[in-house]
Ligand binder design. Sequence first.
Ligand code: SF4
Length: 450
Amino acid sequence: MNRISPSTEILRTAVYHTLGCKLNFAETASLRDALCKRGIVPARRDEAADLCVVNTCSVTDVADQKCRQLIRRFARQHPQALIVVMGCYAQLQPEVVAALPGVGLVVGQREKGRIVELIEERLGQHNATAGLAICGTEGTDEDAGGRVPFVPSCSRGDRTRYFLKVQDGCNYFCTYCTIPMARGRSRNGSIASLTAQAREVAAQGGKEIVITGVNIGDFGRTTGETFLDLIRALDTVEGVERYRISSIEPNLLTDEIIDFCATSRAFMPHFHIPLQSGSDEVLRLMRRRYDTELFLRKVEHVRAAMPDAFIGVDVIVGTRGETEKHFAEAYSFMQDLDVAQFHVFSYSERPGTKALEIPHIVAPEEKHARSQQLLALSEKKRKAFYGRFMGTRRTVLWEHTEGCRTMHGFTDNYVRVEMPTGKVPPSGNTLQEVGLGDFTPEGEALLAEA
Ligand code: SF4
């Protein structure tokens, strides 16, 4: 539906939906900003839009299904709209996506940098006979048409922190993962361009940046720079008070990176390190590039350099080849790890992956049981970690919380803190040193004291 702006200029309206990782959210937000500048503004609630953008994920078959459902729902709710689909599912299954109702444009990795132009072009022609366009999904192999370009992106999303994409793609080919096929090979922005983006965040009043990417420790393939050089440069950007590193492969988390973060001005004592399995045999089947001994050394190094650091760890349960014995070994390794939380994912079969050649399959009910066991372990570890800081004082960055009942924020070391009801709420995006009290009734956070 076209809307008339106060200056009588005709505006077009758009709705967006993002599935999957932080990188997708950052990319959608950047696209929304770019389209806004061209007069395509977010539609009001319940308004039929001219454009629907779906940024898809393909990490599991459930994610694929959610993408299809969402596209069908958009087609029903916005019958006149141009539906544009981008992201990993669009790249991996363009024909399936194109066959869904209402889809007018499917944009793959190779054309993502031109998506604004493509949308404007299609909106110009969009009518019943405009037909369908599939652009840039022909493959992410370098042989299939050169390196896929790096598309910069930095977004605030709906909350206080900004997500700065520094790297995209991956060269690792872990046996269960489709990301190298969906996003292409590792590439990155230059340190000069990324520090300029960080300065822009500071100029907008942003205080916290999360450095995101697919395999960010692999930063520098395009520019010959290193991740350590990048974080050193970002640390000098005045006005940005906090940086967090979204996730870094253990074999790429060097001692120098850890030591730099420990002594830096603005890098927070917070690491997110994917383990995926605590069994060396399963790590080998996954073709991960480390073993449990290396992982343990990294955790110990972080602890020695930053005793209060939050360490979050990704794990996948029920991968092909994970026998009961392997899971028991993994559980025992994880039980002893001095970390704050596990992010538990259930393995999902992905077409085209090497993991499908591994014969041993874990039954769904067994996968579920293993996942529950690890979630319980994670909850125990998170509570023990939070409990260590009760009665101490730490600095919280309060978040903008549209639609949330209570004001909340995170300490430097990623403890979630809530302002008790009845207390004068601080304004969002402010840093404040507070005392940390008891757990909230749900146990999700600690209550702030005066
Ligand atoms: S490191 Fe492995 S799991 Fe991570 S994106 Fe690359 S291939 Fe996928």
